[in-house]
Design a protein around this ligand. Structure first.
Ligand SMILES: Nc1ncnc2c1ncn2[C@@H]1O[C@H](COP(=O)(O)OP(=O)(O)OP(=O)(O)O)[C@@H](O)[C@H]1O
Length: 793
């Protein structure tokens, strides 16, 4: 019977081993593991070993060159026993091995395959010292910690650490499962000294722990981040749903974007505008809604989408209806209405709505604004009004560039945003009072707006896109034509409104001002009744002006007082008011103007002239006196240069005339200082049209004889005594009428202007056209009825 004693396997280990080169990591002793063998030489070798004693030497390859030689092998490896061998269909093998012990190659017996080597087995050294025991505990403790954090480790450990009883083996096992470089593993494999090996492993464990800690930290950070974004996402979605449920808009930015997008798509922009607007939208989509630029872009897009871009519908209005509206809104103003109707008729006939400018000129309160409004109403167009009076900065018309903080579009674009159509009526007030400064010239900006050649592609600085203004009907207003830039006047259809006489004011008050003022002040129509005399008393005593603005204000003042009395219970709503002069004086105070007009030229040395200012026509008293003294001629009364020249012409001519006619002797002049003055010295006056008046005032002084009463005159005097034409005859006549004038001396060349003065204004006034100063003198000193060359009764 064979010997049945059990021999430890280590005693069976052969000193000659077939060596298998290993591509992967080294295999430590004490491990049971499968190994794949594909190389045919290696397969043969394994077969041979399996058939023999079943032992193999496993060595790791230093480099993974293929083919590899003996020199590529590490010299320290592990001896393994083949437990099971499975032949694979592709000719390879799957071998289950159990590793036993370290060895070192002493000598290669056969360098060719199968590799055969003589080996020395390496025992662990120093494995039972106190330090090793401590290290063992430390290792186990650390591994426990690792396994707690890494479930994979714990599984493997549970399977493998069960039978480990030797400190060296513990180190080997841990080294084999740690995630370290294979060269490091080989280094550990080559360590025979157990303590060294354990220390080395401990270092790697520490590294692994550090790695795990960082990994865990990163993981938890990522988890937190994911959690936060997820949480935010869910909350936002929830908020959106709540807002939708409540009918509130969702996220402000996206709803703005959506709103802009829809409107912009509807406009169907082309070319430059499309490119610019698209670019702006792209920018907007990417912007942070908290940035300052976001607001700027948002406002810009808001302006774009609120502007009317669609071409206007064809105009639909009826000329007869238009006439009806103009008539209904205004009393009188026949020639103005006629001019406007003519203008509208031409516009209708030409079917041309482009490049239209109307310029309404006249003193304040004559109805320029209300005529403009009526035109808009007659044409079914929205009305927008702004004033350029005192404007000095062209940006007010053309806007600021968007780079400025708080930049805005100019008045024109702002107006279009409000009226929401491309073809409104725009009223631009006070074009005669535009200024200019270092900030640019608003009048040239206005010309750009009005010029039909340029305004088809008007460029506002803020918008910075071409915009067609040619469909706008522009109505400009001014008090005088003098200071209106020439090019602007050339392009416009000029319509003059001259002012009203008493009877017109009376009618306007009865039909429009009184009813409107009553309503404004909460009174009923039948509560207040004015007689014609009362209304005329207000007009003449408190509101002697070309327009009816002050008339309206005074009526308001009276009605306010009535309203107050009713509210205080002093009167009831049933009480009727019939304001007479006494009541009017109680409410408005003593009249500002005297009934007789206040101005009189009834003493020697005085004469009444007629003047024309931006406030309308007016009467002008000229006074002259002579003081004993040295010869001289002085002037006072805020006269402009032209008027001063005109005064000195009058004096020269009259001096010579008086000597020639022997009214005074030449010596008289040597002993007298003559002083000529125009009262209301605070008001600057200029112009040549007072020439004949100054001359006649001087003659009246020299003759010491007053002029005929109720006489006024206007005319420029030349040095040779000719009477030259003047302007504003209509306004002057209205003023003369207000002052009860019966005779007016006018230059002969102004006869044709009389046709423009309505019949009712001329009524009762005799016009005396003259060509020479001598004729003026004849009329001025005549008494009784003169036979006018031209009379309108
Ligand atoms: N012919 C008229 N018929 C009816 N109302 C009139 C007439 N003329 C003027 N009014 C009224 O007088 C008031 C002043 O007129 P409006 O404001 O139009 O004057 P304006 O010429 O525009 O003055 P400004 O030059 O100061 O702007 C308005 O209430 C207007 O309705």
């Amino acid at each position: 019977m064979a010997d049945q004693t059990i021999v430890p396997i280590e005693q069976l280990l052969p000193n000659k081993l077939f060596l298998i080169p290993l591509m992967g990591r080294p295999i430590f002793p004490g491990i049971f593991t499968p190994v794949m063998v594909n190389n045919q030489d290696d397969v043969k070798m394994v077969e041979e070993a399996y058939a023999g004693d079943g032992f193999l030497g496993i060595c790791m390859l230093e480099t993974e060159n293929d083919p590899h030689g003996v020199s590529d092998l590490y010299k320290v490896g592990t001896v393994a026993r083949i437990i099971k061998k499975i032949n694979l269909p592709d000719g390879g093998l799957n071998v289950f091995i159990s590793t036993l012990k370290r060895f070192k190659v002493r000598k290669i017996v056969s360098e060719r395959s199968p590799l055969l080597a003589i080996v020395d087995y390496l025992d662990d050294t120093e494995d039972d010292t106190f330090e090793v025991k401590a290290l063992t505990r430390a290792l186990i403790g650390e591994m426990k910690e690792i396994s707690e954090n890494n479930p994979l480790f714990s599984e493997e450990m549970r399977l493998n650490m069960i039978n480990i009883d030797h400190p060296g083996k513990i180190a080997d096992f841990i080294a084999s499962i740690l995630n370290i470089e294979k060269q490091d593993q080989q280094r550990i494999l080559e360590m025979q000294n157990v303590r060294q090996r354990m220390e080395q492993v401990l270092v790697f464990i520490k590294k692994e722990q550090e790695l795990l800690r960082v990994q865990k930290k990163i993981q938890s950070e990522i988890n937190n981040r994911i959690e936060k974004t997820q949480r935010d996402y869910f909350l936002r979605e929830e908020l959106k749903a709540i807002k939708e449920e409540l009918g509130m808009t969702t996220d402000a930015k996206s709803s703005d974007y959506q709103k802009f997008k829809e409107k912009i798509e509807a406009f169907d922009f082309q070319g430059e505008i499309k490119e610019a607007v698209d670019a702006e939208m792209e920018k907007f989509a990417l912007m942070d809604s908290n940035s300052g630029e976001y607001i700027v872009t948002r406002n810009y897009l808001e302006t774009i989408v609120n502007l009317p871009w669609k071409d206007p519908d064809p105009e639909s209005w009826d000329l007869k209806e238009a006439r009806g509206i103009l008539d209904g809104d205004h009393y009188g103003l026949e020639d103005v209405k006629k001019r406007i109707i003519e203008y509208l008729a031409v516009r209708k006939l030409r079917r041309d709505t482009k490049g239209s400018i109307i310029l309404l000129v006249g003193p304040p309160g004559v109805g320029k604004t209300s005529v403009g409004k009526s035109i808009a109403r007659a044409m079914n167009k929205p009305f927008f009004r702004f004033s350029v009076g005192g404007m000095r900065d062209e940006a007010e018309i053309k806007g600021h560039r968007r780079t400025y903080i708080g930049a805005m579009p100019g008045k024109i674009i702002q107006g279009l945003k409000i009226v929401k159509t491309k073809s409104p009526v725009f009223m631009i007030d006070e074009v005669d009072k535009m200024g200019s400064s270092y900030q640019g010239d608003p009048s040239s900006a206005l010309l750009e707006v009005l010029d039909p050649e340029q305004n088809v592609s008007f460029r506002d600085h803020y918008l910075d896109l071409p915009y067609d203004l040619s469909n706008i009907l522009f109505i400009l207003t001014a008090n005088t034509l003098d200071s209106i830039p020439g090019p602007l006047m050339d392009r416009a259809e000029v319509i003059q409104l001259s002012g009203y006489i008493d009877t017109e004011k009376l009618e306007i008050a009865k039909k429009y001002l009184v009813p409107r003022s009553l309503e404004k002040n909460g009174l009923k129509k039948n509560q207040v009744k004015y007689s014609n005399d009362s209304l005329l008393f207000i007009a003449n005593g408190y509101a002697r002006e070309a327009g009816v603005r002050n008339f309206e204000k005074n009526l308001d003042k009276i009605h306010r007082k009535f309203a107050t009395e009713i509210v205080f219970g002093e009167k009831t709503e049933k009480d009727k008011f019939a304001p007479d002069q006494e009541l009017i004086e109680k409410f408005l105070g003593k009249p500002i103007f005297r009934e007789d007009g206040g101005k009189k030229a009834d003493i020697p040395g005085t004469a009444m002239g007629l003047a024309w200012t931006s406030m309308g026509g007016d009467t002008l008293i000229i006074e002259a006196i002579a003081n004993a003294g040295k010869e001289g001629f002085s002037l006072t009364g805020q006269m402009g240069d032209v008027m001063k020249e005109s005064a000195s012409i009058a004096w020269s001519w009259m001096k010579r005339y008086a000597i020639a006619e022997e009214i005074v002797t030449p010596e008289w002049y040597e002993k007298h200082l003559v002083h000529l003055h125009i009262p209301e010295g605070a008001t600057p006056k200029d112009g040549p049209s007072a020439g004949i008046t100054m001359a006649i005032a001087l003659l009246s002084l020299l003759k010491d004889k007053p002029l005929r009463s109720s006489l006024a005159m206007t005319g420029e005097l030349s040095l040779t005594g000719q009477v030259l034409p003047i302007g504003g005859l209509k306004e002057k006549t209205i003023a003369a009428r207000r002052n009860g004038i019966k005779d007016i001396i006018i230059p002969h060349q102004n006869i044709r202007d009389l046709d423009d003065i309505p019949e009712h204004i001329r009524k009762g006034i005799s016009f005396h056209p003259v060509q020479r100063m001598e004729e003026v003198i004849d009329i001025a000193f005549s008494r009784g009825k003169i036979q006018p060359k031209l009379k309108d009764e």
